[in-house]
Design a protein around this ligand. Sequence first.
Ligand code: SF4
Length: 463
Amino acid sequence: MPVRKYNYYDFTLSLCPTCLKRVDAKIVFEDEKVYMLKRCKDHGNSKVLIADDVEYYKNIRNYNKPSETPYKFNTKVHYGCPYDCGLCTDHEQHSCLTIVEVTDRCNLTCPTCYAGSSPSYGRHRTLDEIKQMLDTIVANEKEPDVVQISGGEPTIHPQFFEILDYAKTLPIRHLMLNTNGIRIAKEKEFAKRLKEYSPDFEIYLQFDSFDDAVLQQLRGASLSEIRKKAIENLNELNLSTTLVVTLQKGLNDSEIGNIIEYALRQRSVRGVTFQPTQIAGRIENFDPETDRMTLTEVRRKILEQTSIFKKDDLIPVPCNPDALVMGYALKIDGEVFPLTRYVNPADLLNNSKNTIVYEQDSTLHGKMIDLFSTGNSVECAEENLKSIMCCLPKIEAPNLGYDNLFRIIIMQFIDAYNFDVRAIKKSCAHIVDKDYKIIPFETMNLFYRDDKKEVVKAIQNEL
Ligand code: SF4
């Protein structure tokens, strides 16, 4: 009997990367890798690598938990996913993180920018518009977990501090500022003023490479000195910071280990988020055939390039397990203690709050780590070690603060190549758009930006 060269695992709906129409897709295992096979009647067949680790890919399904929904949805189901975003009532996860783009403008013109920003593109949102965007998030979520002020480059908005002042009046648990760090590096007084928004305020700092040649390719500028100066100012203030690394295969993926080790030595840095480039928006110097990077490839490189994290320390995040990997550690007296290996997946999944308890032993030489789970939700009212994302474990550690925490996150945003309708419904990083809808980050960049709206309208008209 003839036998296929692959093992057929699953079936889903994806998109044609050329016309963005829905197409059937098979998920298959071949040569220890996971591929998506799809066919568009107008643009032919395509085969996309979606993971290079079959065991991890299969394990993702074990991390699914009952979906948490927003208190309010904004659109109805009509055309079918992903053409109804808003959030529509068919979405399967609330907004764990919501992004507010306060401006289209930026003080850089990065060759890689999902929002297509530049010094002259679009406009700043008015303060009234921004207030309404923030109010929309609160209406949906009541007490939003994480809200990120973003752009473009939000720090160049003329009413930047008024935006932060207003956001701080709302019941937002954790406010983040997504920035390229130029103002933080160049203006010490500006950085000092940011510190006034702590606790529960964090800088999400673009930090892709130590190498100016790489930064020229990704950002169109030699920013390594700017990055160092920004970190110096943030360290002085001990202002909580996450380093955000946009990854491109063969460009900066060999720096993953060095970036983690550097981050661990910085007083202000609470973790690193790795984001493989999403094929959307302005994307120069990038070949989708060779430069795409999957989530499991990033995880593998973290394991290869650091000795701190082992396989069990980097696990799927249950609210959106296809797209997110997490790893927790404690930084104490220059030592690093990975914690995620102690998390019981069963407790993560049944919505009881998995709590990691850390105590120093009496000799102060050894460290003792214990674990228990409790049915009680732990409030995140203060900046301490407790989790800042809704379904990550809570950490109880008397005498330790948020600055003892170190968190690795891999966040892979689905694009038209690896699009899987099963997974997109669990997307939990969302954007509030100009029409006050809440749209998954991934579909926003594919369909709902100004320059894409005509494409989605044409598809909707055909359905
Ligand atoms: S991605 Fe979510 S919000 Fe968008 S159409 Fe699909 S289910 Fe609805």
